[in-house]
Ligand binder design. Structure first.
Ligand code: ZN
Length: 328
C-alpha cells in the first residue's frame, strides 16, 4: 500500500511542492536528499501518488482508478529503479529501460513518474545514460531522485535536478509521531536521541531485533573495556549486521569525543552508556578516538560502495582497533 500522506515534519515542504505542482511549475526532475531515516521515501511516495492521482486534493484522493492501481502495487506509468541486489550499483540496463519508458506516451494519459533510489548508486555509465532523458524528458514526466549523500552523485546529474535537502526535523515535530509508532513517549524520546533526531531511523532502531543488537554491542563494549579478547567477541556478532554495528560504533565514538572534549553529558546521544564512556575516556586519548572515527567512516563508505567483500574481516579489524584503544 503506497503512502499518500506526507509525514508531519514535512508539512511545510509538502505545501510548497503542492503549490508548485498546481501552478504547473514543478520541475521535471527533483532530487530529494537527506540522511537515512529522515523520510525521503515517504515524501516521494506522497508526491508520486498525488502526481498520478486523477482527482488530487491536498494529497492524492485515494479512490480514483489511478490511486487504486497504485494501491494494488502496479501502475503502468510508474517506474522504480533501485540496485538489483543489496547495496550494489544501479547499472545501465534499467536506465536504458527508463529512457525507452519516457520516450512513450503515458498509458493513462497523465504523468509518467520515475523514482530512482538511491541515486548515488548509479554507476558512471548509468548516470551518463540518464542525462539525455533528464535533459529532454518529454511532456508530463517527473523524475524523483532520492539520495542519502548527494555529493556522491555525478555533478552533471545533480545540476539537472531541482535539489530539495531534507534536514533533521525538530523533535517537537517528530516526537508525537514516534510516540504513536512506538506506543510509548519515553521510549520515543530515548530512541530519537539515539538516532540523532532521525524519526524513521529511531523507529528502525527501536524494533525488537535491532534493540537486541544494541544490547549485545553494549555487552561487547563492556567486555572490551574490561580487557576482553576482540576476535573472540566478534564471533558473537551477526556479521550481516556489520553496517549497523559500524553505525553504532561511529555514534558511540562521537559521544566519547564530545565527552572527552567538553565533559558535557547533555549532548551525549546514548545517555545509558555514560558509565561505559567514563571508563573508556579514562583510557583513550581524544586524538586516538578521532583516528578510529576516520577509520570507521572509511570502512562504512567502502561497505556502502560494495567495495569490501568480507564483513567478518571488517568486524574483526574494527573490534581489534576498539580494543587496542580501550586498553591503551
Ligand atoms: Zn486519486
Amino acid at each position: 500500500m503506497a503512502v499518500t500522506t506526507p509525514l508531519p515534519w514535512h508539512a511545510s515542504i509538502w505545501r510548497r511542492l503542492v503549490a508548485l505542482q498546481d501552478d504547473g511549475r514543478l520541475p521535471h526532475a527533483l532530487l530529494l536528499s537527506g540522511p537515512h531515516g529522515v523520510g525521503k521515501q515517504q515524501l516521494a511516495d506522497a508526491l508520486v501518488a498525488r502526481t498520478l492521482c486523477r482527482a488530487p486534493g491536498a494529497v492524492a484522493c485515494g479512490s480514483c482508478h489511478a490511486c487504486q492501481m497504485l494501491a494494488s502495487g502496479y501502475h503502468p506509468d510508474l517506474k522504480r529503479v533501485s540496485p538489483a541486489d543489496n547495496r550494489r550499483q544501479i547499472r545501465i540496463d534499467p536506465i536504458r529501460e527508463i529512457n525507452a519508458f519516457v520516450a512513450q506516451t503515458a498509458q493513462q494519459g497523465g504523468y509518467r513518474v520515475i523514482v530512482l533510489q538511491p541515486a548515488e548508486a548509479m554507476n558512471v555509465a548509468a548516470s551518463n545514460a540518464l542525462l539525455k532523458s533528464l535533459e529532454e524528458p518529454g511532456e508530463r514526466t517527473l523524475f524523483l531522485l532520492l539520495a542519502d549523500v548527494p555529493s556522491r552523485m555525478l555533478a552533471t546529474i545533480r545540476s539537472r535536478c531541482q535539489h530539495w535537502a531534507l534536514g533533521v526535523p525538530e523533535a517537537e515535530q517528530s516526537l508525537p509521531w514516534l510516540a504513536e509508532a512506538l506506543g510509548d513517549a519515553a521510549d520515543a524520546e530515548f530512541w530519537l536521541r539515539v538516532a540523532g533526531g532521525l524519526p524513521l531511523l529511531a523507529r528502525e532502531l527501536a524494533a525488537p531485533e535491532s534493540r537486541a543488537l544494541r544490547q549485545s554491542l553494549q555487552e561487547l563494549f563492556d567486555a572490551l573495556v574490561r580487557g576482553g579478547e576482540p576476535v573472540a567477541e566478534a564471533s558473537r556478532l551477526d556479521r550481516q549486521a556489520v553496517e549497523r554495528i559500524l553505525w553504532y560504533g561511529i555514534a558511540w565514538l562521537e559521544d566519547l569525543i564530545r565527552l572527552g572534549l567538553s565533559g558535557d553529558t547533555a549532548r551525549v546521544r546514548n545517555p545509558d552508556l555514560l558509565p561505559l564512556y567514563r571508563q573508556a575516556v579514562k583510557n583513550g586519548r581524544v586524538q586516538d578516538w578521532f583516528r578510529l572515527l576516520d577509520y570507521a567512516r572509511e570502512q562504512q563508505r567502502l561497505l556502502v560502495a560494495g567495495g569490501n567483500p568480507n564483513p567478518q574481516l571488517v568486524l574483526e579489524a574494527w573490534l581489534v582497533r576498539w580494543s587496542a584503544l580501550l586498553r591503551s
